[in-house]
Design a protein around this ligand. Structure first.
Ligand code: NAD
Length: 385
């Protein structure tokens, strides 16, 4: 049997990461990169050169007709995901679709219908769900090592320069050319943090409380606090910023009556109750490998579309929320020179830590710049009631 033919739609930006993932798989005879699609000239990458025989396209429909790929990896801006994924599934391909898979529950329903109608597989690019560290943490919870879980939190303090908001047309935007789009700390770079929390805590969110802030003239949040309460009453508290002080890589914290566990999800380092320090738990199942194993041996998908429905329900809330509050300049410090200028919220890391320790919103911590949260009850379709 010849190796599966893979096509990548969106070859630059994060698409370069996918090209680097596919290159060794092609070398090993596991796949063949049959087509690359991008509306812009395809960026050269010395560590992921375009293999001989790969056909180049500017339109994914043309590629689907010409190449008839077995698997399509889609790494284009979120507002393009639904039509491209729909076309790929209807052309008979299985799909690895970058996160966020779609931008609303309406789109989620539409895409689920296409998955059902075509019988093809769709995996969503939440790659941290394939980590051995997450599996070990979930195993420890299931074995009762944390006692009864009483709360889950996520914290991350990153920095992004002005140039980050010039990287592509949807950067910092909630609409592009009149179409909904969604960038922002919660929806984009730090989405993995709360997807990990949802994976750990259960998948039936009942209410969402949200505070969003911005330090620049962008349309989305660069700093946010989100509390998702599950039907069981279990809270998930997420406190993140892209205007941070010293970097907090990204921690998912699980509180239990028998102790606390911390997973540093970007680095797969784990600290279970009783551990004196973090320990690396190497190993991630690649979502593309898992999709291939699903095709070949029926292995369960790690991140099927259905698993991202609660995540998408929360995105709906983000979308409907008013523009984030603009923090005044006196609350910020500045370093570097535009376009590599960084803004930092003074004292933000202590606020993030307190929020996650107390499972409290910024406004509940008497943070002077905090605004009242938006509170939304999710409907029965999402809660499963
Ligand atoms: N899983 C992760 O950790 C991770 C990390 C970064 C980005 N992402 C996701 O990857 C996706 C792409 O993000 P990005 O920052 O690379 O975006 P981007 O705007 O840089 O776009 C990626 C590429 O897609 C191309 N493109 C745009 N529209 C296209 C179309 N209709 N057909 C073909 N090509 C098209 C662009 O020219 C660009 O080369 C987003 O969904 C983003 O959230 C995921």
């Amino acid at each position: 049997m010849s190796e599966p033919r893979v096509a990548l739609v969106g070859a630059s930006g994060h698409g370069l990461w996918h090209r680097r993932q596919i290159a060794p798989m092609q070398e090993a005879g596991r796949v063949r990169l049959a087509g690359l699609v991008d509306v812009r000239p395809i960026e050269a990458a010395p560590d992921a050169p375009v293999p001989e025989g790969t056909e180049l396209f500017t339109d994914h429909r043309e590629m689907l007709r010409a190449v008839r790929p077995d698997v399509v990896v889609i790494c284009t801006p979120p507002q393009t995901h639904l039509p491209i994924a729909t076309d790929a599934l209807r052309a008979g391909a299985d799909v690895l679709l970058e996160k966020p898979p779609v931008l609303s529950l309406d789109e989620h329903r539409a895409l689920s219908d296409v998955v059902d109608e075509t019988g093809r597989a769709l995996q969503v690019g939440f790659q941290a769900l394939g980590s051995a560290a997450l599996a070990e943490l979930m195993g420890a919870i299931a074995d009762g090592r944390l006692g009864v879980v009483t709360g889950v939190a996520a914290v991350a303090s990153w920095h992004r320069a002005d140039s980050y908001y010039q990287r592509s047309p949807w950067a910092g935007k909630r609409t592009v050319d009149g179409h909904p789009s969604l960038d922002g700390a919660l929806a984009n770079p730090l989405a993995h943090a709360w997807m990990q929390c949802l994976a750990i805590a259960g998948l039936a969110p009942s209410t969402v409380e949200l505070e969003r802030y911005r330090c620049r003239d962008i349309e989305v949040d660069d700093t946010a606090c989100l509390r998702i309460t599950l039907e069981s009453g279990l809270p998930i508290l997420v406190a993140v910023t892209l205007c941070g002080e010293e970097k907090i890589e990204g921690e998912v914290i699980v509180y239990g009556t028998g102790g606390t566990a911390v997973l540093e999800y970007p680095t797969d380092r784990l600290r279970l109750p009783g551990d004196s320090e973090f320990r690396e738990v190497p190993g991630r199942t690649s979502l593309l490998e898992n999709l291939l194993a699903h095709r070949e041996k029926g292995e369960p998908l790690i991140a099927p579309l259905a698993r991202t429905k609660p995540f998408t329900a929360v995105l709906d809330v983000l979308h409907a929320a008013p523009q984030p509050t603009r923090l005044t300049d006196d609350l910020l410090s500045e370093s570097g020179v535009a376009p590599e200028r960084f803004l930092t919220i003074k004292g933000i890391n202590a606020v993030l830590r307190q929020a996650t320790e107390r499972l409290a919103l910024f406004s509940e911590l008497a943070v002077p710049w905090a605004e009242q949260p938006l509170r939304v009850a999710l409907n029965e379709e999402v809660t499963g009631a």
